[in-house]
Design a protein around this ligand. Structure first.
Ligand code: C2O
Ligand code: CU
Ligand code: CU
Length: 509
């Protein structure tokens, strides 16, 4: 582990309820000092004391970001995790349409990495959202890009995307929010709501707090950990203003775990999905969030002040167990299959688990709060210029063991799998012929779900990740706008992505 001498002054802007507190901080080499710096004094964010926030000012979001192994307290343990700037989750970045973003990134991990800006509509070439970059251990690289002036407001996030190491590095803790503020945030009812960010991550540690070795994890089904955290805390206490609204902006930053969320006694009102606002609030008793997905919900505090549990309901996302108990091949595959008890399933299969408790605070006068009726215009996309099919499956490859495939092929960086024209619209039919659910994700442009097994989707929404259940065909409609170049689509169970379930997409003028 290399410790670089970082002696810099930086503006750390902590978002505040009414006025933003600006803190001029001196960061030096000491990890603990940097952790201390991140303590938020914002009472609105009392649930996430260690989340620091970088906000753009005068059209520029500029920061230093360092990936490194750090000591972090997680539940009752001190854990050695992979962090950005020593924090779990990573600092939250906030920008506005039209802003420039400049991130001086240093890789102090002991292996290569890079950054991906999940869901942002920005260039995916050069020093922008370029997942083909390979930033070696010890190297520094400056990411720089502009947020388009017409970018949707929404909850996006960043994480590593070095093929082959994505699941491992995300499971180490490397993930943070990237928020674009815009029209949605101007709606008075939404402004009146108390805003909270919920970053969902799971971890697997040994008794000394070190990350479990990959050989002990179920890579085939996708690694899961038994320590589930919200904003880096196990079973935190969240607050809702009594009678008032809270706006939860939730990201599933786990590499494989699905969250089927429900809050006792409180319906969710979905106001935004991956790519920003929906047309009007959608009432739902629960929300299923697969890896990579985001949702924003409004939740109203009722009059009865007591503790409510935010639970993760059981969900079966398919198992490799039915493949038989034999060895599945050599190398890391073999290790994954031998994962013992973890193979049989995960706790979320069997019983609801409590992720957090919710308590009411400061009552709000009932008449001052209401649910917004209209949120955004989600346009209907034109008929597609082209329809394509993508089949998700897995198979055995001689010498490689189990591989995960799209249209029969494992990922190869040099190959172009799908070539499309800029300024066209396509329908993609994602067909899951395998035995596990796969959340399908496309970089660079958001899409709308048209139908699932020919049943038209009820609500129009911008998505970048969609669950395709085993046996299901999901049709998505996607416009290719603004940027040319090569990027990817893949399963967001990141072990599946690392094991081949990814294809390359070339957008040409
Ligand atoms: Cu969140 Cu290609 O990933
Ligand atoms: Cu992505
Ligand atoms: Cu998958």
């Amino acid at each position: 582990m290399v410790l670089t001498k970082l002696n810099r002054r930086q503006f750390l802007i902590l978002s505040g309820g009414s006025a933003a507190a600006v803190l001029l901080s001196q960061c030096d080499t000491s990890r603990s000092q940097e952790n201390a710096v991140s303590s938020s004094s914002n009472s609105n964010n009392s649930n996430s004391p260690s989340q620091s926030v970088y906000t753009s000012s005068n059209g520029l979001l500029e920061l230093d970001l360092e990936a490194r192994l750090s000591s972090v307290s997680l539940g009752s343990q001190t854990a050695q995790l992979l962090t950005y700037n020593g924090q779990i989750p990573a600092p939250r970045l906030e920008a506005q349409p039209g802003d420039k973003v400049r991130i001086r990134f240093t890789n102090n991990l002991d292996e290569p990495t890079n950054l991906h800006f999940h869901g942002l509509h920005i260039p995916f070439t050069g020093n922008a959202d370029n997942i083909f970059l390979n930033i070696e251990s010890g190297e520094t690289f400056t990411y720089e890009f502009d947020i388009p002036t017409n970018h949707q407001a929404g909850t996006f996030w960043y994480h590593p995307h070095r093929h082959g190491l994505v699941a491992k590095q995300l499971f180490g803790g490397l993930a943070g929010l990237f928020v674009i503020r815009g029209e949605l945030d101007e709606i008075p009812e939404i402004q009146a709501a108390q805003e909270e960010f919920l970053v969902l991550q799971d971890f697997a540690l040994d008794e000394s707090g070190n990350l479990l070795d990959e050989a002990q994890l179920a890579l085939m089904t996708g690694r899961e950990g038994d320590i589930i955290t919200i904003n880096g805390q196990t079973q935190p206490q969240l607050t809702i203003p009594q009678n008032g609204w809270v706006r939860w902006r939730i990201v599933n930053a786990s590499p494989s775990r699905f969250y089927r969320l429900s809050l006792e006694g409180h319906p969710f009102n979905v106001i935004a999905t991956d790519g920003g606002a929906v047309a009007k609030p959608i009432p739902q008793s629960e929300v299923l969030l697969t890896p990579g997905e985001r949702v924003e919900v409004l939740v109203q505090g009722t009059a009865e002040a007591k503790d409510y549990r935010l639970v993760n309901l059981p969900y079966n996302r398919g198992r490799m167990g039915m493949m038989g108990g034999g060895r599945m091949g050599g190398g890391r595959m073999g290790g994954g299959m031998m994962g013992g008890g973890r193979m049989g399933g995960n706790p979320s299969d069997e019983a609801p688990t409590t992720l957090a408790t919710v308590r009411y605070q400061d009552a709000v006068a009932t008449e001052s709060v209401s649910l917004p009726t209209q949120l955004a215009d989600v346009p209907e996309l034109p008929e597609p210029n082209q329809v394509r099919q993508f089949q998700l499956n897995h198979g055995m490859s001689p010498g490689m063991g189990m591989v995960f495939l799209i249209n029969g092929k494992p990922f190869e960086g040099d190959r172009v799998d799908t070539q499309v024209r800029l300024n066209t619209v396509e329908d993609w039919e994602i067909v899951n012929t395998g035995m596990m659910d796969h959340p399908f994700h496309v970089h660079g442009n958001a899409f709308q779900v048209i139908s699932r097994n020919n049943t038209p989707e009820r609500d129009r929404a911008w998505k970048d990740t969609v669950l395709v259940k085993t046996g299901e065909t999901v049709r998505i409609r996607m416009p290719f706008r603004d940027y040319t170049g090569k990027t990817v689509y893949h399963c967001h169970i990141l072990d599946h992505e690392d094991l081949g379930m990814m294809g390359s997409l070339l957008i040409e003028a």
